[in-house]
Write a new protein. Structure first.
Length: 563
């Protein structure tokens, strides 16, 4: 394993690691871990933690374990275990042969607990959950000792063994550490180590009916695996004294815990409890709904792992919590897709155009570049004929003076094709709705150039009507209407800020014929529209696209104003 220091530490975590490398605190080793709970799908906040845990190990030639914190069988499922592994691999990280579970250590954790009981540092408590909370005290008032705190070692050992044997019902007894009920740190007021749960575990089955709490399992699992740096989000800073106390009380190998600010993203909730609510109560179509901040949802929407890693690198590692504008994430996605996404033309709300002076029955194949940002992307041929579709919003019957799109008597350029001029508007006699436009074209303007050198300011995208493919397009907006949906009055429901217009489904869109072979996951830039990804719901004859991100880049404007 390498021990090379970087020349300029980029954040306080790396500074701490380099300090430990200089002092040889861990024998020159750097070994981290990512410890997800398998009770839901990973989200963009986890991506930040993953990039730190795995990234730090990579930077110093170290190792990073994947360890599932599977200590609560009631909420865990093998579906989540598999989804988490898929998401981490998709992001581009690998744990090698170091896949572990807290359940791997259940017997060792039990024996450690017995060791603390024998040392007089743990006891079996009969208080109910409500009584435990009552006895705990508050931030301004010390707690009270449990009436069961001074049981003998022998009685505690007997009761703990009987807890394991399944003699007692759920919530009737707990094992608690004996620390200090007057500690200003509430985490040190005789925290619970084990609770009784008669539930089948996805790995150990019915072997256990007592399960360790995270604060008890976390540090000891780190110790067993030889972790050097236990990198945690900031809410665990107040738990660090307990992390240290358990390890010191047991007298075992002691990793170093370092906390960093978790990601908070605007117009988003990242609480797993709240995300589960959105899924279970039907506000979204599942964990991989493209409106969800889950990695599965972002992947389905068309986000790339490279863009997400770039975003995590840009926001950096902080010591204090703050909200990151979602516009920055969208900016990273645009920058990445701009370089890799092929350009195509798709008309989302079609309006038919008949070019009266174009020869009937004639079909041309026009050359179009696939991606001007990629010199190796090449070109494609697209059909052009007398009838085409343009966007409804690209025509206005009574346009203002600075309208640079199509209007009666106005001339525009069709991308890769010709100049056209609107001559006549056709409306539905009953509704008055515009149903078609009759135009003329300039045969000498092929490719967008004219012999007389005239230019127009408007360029429209289009598709050939007889050759077009029908498509369903799903347009997404932010899931919440306010920047901080978690900030609601006490007793209020965060779901009151859900955006009722977060999804718009367009069923009559038209796209280029070359997209007939587009496969789920393929990403494209629809000219003048944005970036789109083929959804897994697509099938032959029924293309479905998810809007990944619009072309308009609000973050670039924000950055320009503040630079």
């Amino acid at each position: 394993m390498g021990t090379t220091e970087t020349s300029t530490p980029s954040d306080f975590i790396r500074e701490a690691i380099e300090e430990d490398l200089r002092s040889n605190r861990f024998g020159g080793r750097v070994h981290t871990r990512f410890p997800p709970e398998p009770n839901g799908y990973l989200h963009i906040g986890h991506a930040k933690a993953i990039s730190i845990d795995f990234g730090v190990a990579e930077d110093y030639g170290g190792l990073c374990n994947l360890r599932f914190d599977d200590t609560n069988p009631v909420k865990e499922d093998i579906e989540y275990v598999e989804a988490i592994q898929n998401d981490i691999r998709w992001l581009g990280y690998d744990w090698g042969d170091r896949l572990y579970y807290a359940s791997d250590y259940f017997e060792q954790l039990y024996q450690y607990a017995v060791q603390l009981i024998k040392a007089g540092k743990a006891y079996v408590c009969d208080l109910s959950p409500d009584e435990v909370r009552e006895y705990r005290g508050t931030l301004t008032e010390p707690g009270r000792e449990s009436p069961y705190r001074n049981r003998s070692v022998e009685e505690n050992l007997d009761l703990f063994a009987r807890m394991r044997a399944g003699e007692f019902p759920d919530e009737s007894r707990t094992l608690r550490a004996k620390i200090d009920m007057a500690s200003p740190n509430l985490n040190m007021r005789d925290p619970i180590m084990y609770r009784i749960k008669h539930a089948t575990h996805h790995r150990t089955g019915d072997q256990w009916c007592i399960y360790p709490m995270y604060d008890w399992a976390h540090g000891q699992c780190d110790s067993i695996e030889g972790i050097t740096h236990s990198l945690c989000s900031l809410e665990y800073e107040d738990h660090r004294p307990l992390y240290d106390w358990f390890l010191d009380a047991l007298g075992i190998y002691h990793p170093r815990q370092i906390e960093f600010a978790r990601l908070q993203l605007s117009h988003t909730v990242l609480s797993k409890r709240k995300l589960i609510q959105l899924v279970n109560e039907g506000y979204v179509a599942g964990w991989d709904d493209p409106r969800m901040p889950t990695l599965a949802g972002l992947r389905r929407r068309g986000y790339t792992p490279e863009a997400i890693r770039d975003f995590c690198e840009r926001i950096g590692v902080a010591k204090s919590n703050s909200i990151v504008d979602i516009a920055l994430l969208e900016h990273c996605v645009r920058e990445d897709l701009n370089k890799r996404a092929p350009r195509v033309m798709g008309v989302l709300r079609p309006l038919k155009v008949i070019i009266d002076n174009y020869p009937e029955g004639q079909i041309e194949e026009l050359e179009a570049e696939n991606n001007p940002e990629d010199p190796n992307a090449g070109h494609r041929l697209i059909p052009f004929c007398r009838e085409i579709y343009i966007e409804q919003e690209d025509f206005m019957e009574d346009p203002p003076k600075k309208w640079f799109r199509l209007g009666p008597g106005r001339e525009v350029r069709l991308k890769h094709a010709y100049y056209i001029t609107c001559q006549r508007v056709v409306k539905d006699e009953q509704t008055g709705e515009i149903v078609a436009l009759h135009c003329s074209y300039d045969p000498a303007s092929r490719g967008g150039w004219t012999s007389d050198g005239r230019k127009v300011q408007g360029t429209l995208h289009w598709v050939s009507a007889p050759h077009t493919l029908d498509a369903e397009v799903r347009i997404y907006d932010k899931l919440f209407t306010v920047p901080n949906p978690d900030d609601v009055p006490e007793g209020a429901d965060f779901k009151q800020n859900l955006n009722p217009n977060s999804l718009e489904v367009l069923t009559c869109a038209k796209v280029e014929p070359g997209l007939a072979s587009a496969a789920p996951g393929n990403r494209y830039q629809f000219l003048r529209q944005g970036y789109y990804c083929v959804d897994p719901d697509s099938r032959p004859g029924h293309l479905v696209f998810n809007q990944t991100v619009a072309l308009r880049d609000t973050w670039a404007k924000i950055a320009a104003k503040t630079s």
